[in-house]
Write a protein of this length. Sequence first.
Length: 64
Amino acid sequence: MDRILRPQGTVIIRDDVDMLLKVKGLADGMRWDSQIVDHEDGPFVREKILLVVKTYWTLQELDP
């Protein structure tokens, strides 16, 4: 998906919270901005929504 999605492109994934935590770990590893938000039926529903935005970065930004 990294090669398909353009910088500032958005992905919306709706699934069980356990699966979304795994996907969020991968997204964070690729330096994408991600956040998990509650289902429209409230915070006690196991199904959540993961919002991910691909960021634009270069190797020069990573060097200290």
